[in-house]
Design a protein. Sequence first.
Lengths: 609, 569
Amino acid sequence: MTPSVNASSIPALATPLGQEKSALLQRLVEGLDSASLTWLSGYLAGLAARQLPVTLPATQPAAAPQAAPQGSLTLVYGTQTGNSRLLAERLKQRAEAAGLAVRSFRASEYPVRELKNERLLYVVISTQGDGDPPDDARGFFDFVQSKRAPALGQLRFAVLGLGDSSYPKFCEIGRVLDTRLAELGATRLFARAECDLDFEPVAEPWIGEAVEHARKELGAETALATVTPLRSVQVPPTFNRENPYPSQVLANQRITGRGALKDVRHLELSLEGSGLIYEPGDALGVVPRNPPELVAAVLSELRLDGSTEVTREGRILPLQRWLTEALELTRLSRPFLASHATRSNNTELQRLLAPEGGEALRALLASHQVIDLLRAYPAAWSAEELVGALRRLTPRLYSIASSQKRVGEEVHLTLSVVDYEAFGTRHMGAASYYLSTRQADQDMVDVFIESNERFRLPKDPSRDILMIGPGTGVAPFRAFVQERAETGASGRNWLFFGEQHFRTQFLYQVEWQEAVKQGVLHRIDLAFSRDQGQKVYVQNRLREKGREVYEWLEGGAHLYVCGDAKRMAPDVDDALLDIIATHGGKSREDAKAHLDSLREQQRYLRDVY
Amino acid sequence: MSKNPTPALSEVEHIKARSRNLRGTLAESLADPLTGAIAPADTQLIKFHGSYQQDDRDLREERRQQKLESAYSFMIRTRLPGGVCTPKQWLALDELARTYANGTLRMTTRQAFQLHGVLKGDMKSTMKGMEAVLLDSIAACGDVNRNVMCNPNPVDSRAHEVVYQCAIRLSEHLRPKTRAYYEIWLDKEKVVGGEEEPIYGSTYLPRKFKVAITVPPLNDVDIFSQDLGFIAIIEGGELIGFNVLVGGGMGATHGEAATFPRLADVIGFIRPEQLLEVAENVVKVQRDYGDRTNRKHARLKYTIEDRGIVWFVSELEKRLGYTLQPARPFAFDHNGDRFGWIQGHDGRWNLTLHIDSGRVADTEGQRFLTGLREIARMHKGDFRLTPNQNLIIAGIAPEDRPAIESLVEAHGLTGFRSASPLRLNALACVALPTCALAMAEAERYLPRVVGLLEERLAAHGIEKENILLRITGCPNGCARPYLAEIALVGKAPGRYNLFLGGDQRGQRLNRLYRENIDEAGILAALEPLFAAYARERLPGEGFGDFTVRMGHVASPPAVERAVPAAVGA
């Protein structure tokens, strides 16, 4: 298949345009490559959005219960950070541009009983935590894994996995689904691909391949293009991940007191003139740079010259800039480790990479930055080899801590500065260090908005909300409370916050006090783990207030959890199960079903990392 | 009808009236997890429970930017009549200081202990820890009778025992009777129904009230600075009664002429058995006639100044139903401490240690807290806090002396031997960073300014002279600055008013000499006076007396308090 559109493919289209406009359309698209077509589709969708009356309800294509038409492509995506959705949407656009009928579903909204009728299915799914599916894909994943899953002899499929190679169970969920679908009798159309945080290099070819295969599978029978339904009444922003907005730093304020073990920063960034719009719950993507000290350390360790010009993917930059702006140094990826193991000919490393090395490999990937590996297991790298092997530096996402209704053309962040000693030297987190060293009124930071539809305030402002956000997990709840105050929402707001010490780590203490005084924060429960002999966490407070928490939930409250995915989120989950079981008089199993139903109703939402 | 409407009561009067005998909303304030502070009205009431809400003023601006509230903590002051405590009590306070406070004990100019930096959540544990060794902080602050002072005479143990018992009885008699303290801090059962405050009534006094007893010739309590003072008259080893003094006080406000320090009037003599009723009725006259509209004008000294001492005595005698006898003769030698080892009449030894500004802490080279803990573990007598922020280890058996001596040496508690007279006698209040009233440094500035002055005194060869220096961070007078020979009274960061001309017996107020000067100004002002004093002083003449005699400061007759009769002895 050629990347450009052949004019002869248009006449088959049944369009609502009439003969004259159809001819114009035909001339317009003639010879365009897929990127241009994609752009054009977005442009036209934007025009359409402007003409839509505001009263028109946002169309909900995914939820529309349409029978799986013969000869359509079905996309199912599961996403935690939004990347899978981004790729699924791109795939959908490309496929539709190629004239295919496409149904696209967030996994939580996919009617699993239709699976047995599907003919062509693509799954785009991420893996989070310790090999877990994203929250929105739990139901789908469990169904496919379960004994209830139907035989799928009729199905052809392919899977795109997303993950973070610094975790050992990298892309585990994609892998498991890929295996399972085949087990159920489905035919794998082409090989699964696995995307790292820097997903583009893998995702883009996979999408191309997917469209091509779909055309082969369906092309002959589906000459009918469906009109692209508009996701929402919104003009696509000019600035995005590919084209971030250079934002002026307005404030960079430490908000932990003297003696605190953590350096937590409150950042205020300007969006003036960017046209960027965000909702509470959204994240801000930040394009970081590696600390200059770290770049210098890598160059010196490898005895490389920073001014050496190196080419990768057609881009030429001095090595110094590659390492500063374009490549990951603070996160160690498995492929790089593998490459380094070969290069250093180190048997210890090679043993780690063997299948039985799981736990030790996980520990090494979690504890070592690139520099630590270079120092511990010396090996020679040329500038070209190094640039070729390192993973691309990916933007970091931070939950936005402000409501635009309160702060206007600003966006606020709450971040914990990663800065610690290990292996005898100072270690920094790329983005948090980068942001924490930006000077107010002086430095700029490249940012974009990463929409997070999975973490939204209730549409009904009279609903109560429970917010569980220890540490910097409190960030989106600052946005929530601001938003609900500004919109005069009548529902009650209840915050659970925790940290180590009341005196130095009560993030935004004065603001919460003011919110309570103003009556816009109705309850607040605090857990400072190290202020007394026995450690107390938010989940302990939740349990203490179990009866009321249950009453709020029964009264229709929405519950939100933000923060640490490894320990806090499961502990909170467990506490919620206990609360539902105890105060709802339910068995553990029924409590689980109850919690699952809250999740399905989107009343138990998590933004955990 | 009066032409002028009755002036409004001060806000604190309303808070007291509404407080249900000092309860207010303290229990709710303590339970509020959102803040380390208590409700604003409760900050007034908590004083009556012996505590002040404070915050670290060094951190205020920084924390404001950090979106954190001020670093609130609480100072807790003990009620400790006569400044006497047992080794067991010392050990308990030492542990509380290290567990809940900032790791130091502060001995005050009223012979009490202060714990600083106690967090709200640790308040009850601290109070309970004190209760376990029979200590409390009731009425250590607030508009009530404060800690009753008593000269801690280490020499005459018999006389001390008698007056010390009087101090305890006064403290108990004038203690507020509300059970609020026990309910709020010690979780004791709540009182049902009404509760009487027999002496104070429901709004207590218009302002703080200070009582002291002393035994001539020692005036370490600065008896003329007290609202109510008793000078013990002892004849042939027997206490025959007390001269009564009323209307002393130190506090003043910069720039307000209507506020001033005042020496107490000696109004007569009473027998020992009349002590409590006289004290009670002095308190009641002040309760009924003190100014409740203006807290800067509410001390007993202003009531007496406004209505006259004759009126006061007649009002008191009317309530007593008898007249006071004429005051007996007495004489004071000095108002300082007698440092070092002194053997008492009972053969036991007493060691008076010098503690800079009364701060018992472990610092580099000086491990006072540890040293005194070690001493408390073996000591069989008692400890006495002096009115000059120093400490007497009292009642040491001769055989225990060497052990105590070696602990003193090992922990650097040897200042009583090595420090200059200037340093030994100096007083400073706490001031920054915790005191909300402080305008300038005091305790933290003392070591530096004493060092600078020592240099200058040495340059003139007068470093051995007993010169009395006192520093306060504001004009309210906690370190009794207006009785010092040299006083620095804080005006702004790094700036002080310089007062000169007190004596060494606590009988003469000093006078303002230079206003609002910095350190260079202080040194420049004192340098020529030191030079002149070195050249022209009379034998035995104190620096304060010298500055008055030479006319450097005026000594208006009204300021020096006449002492009845000739110097006895």
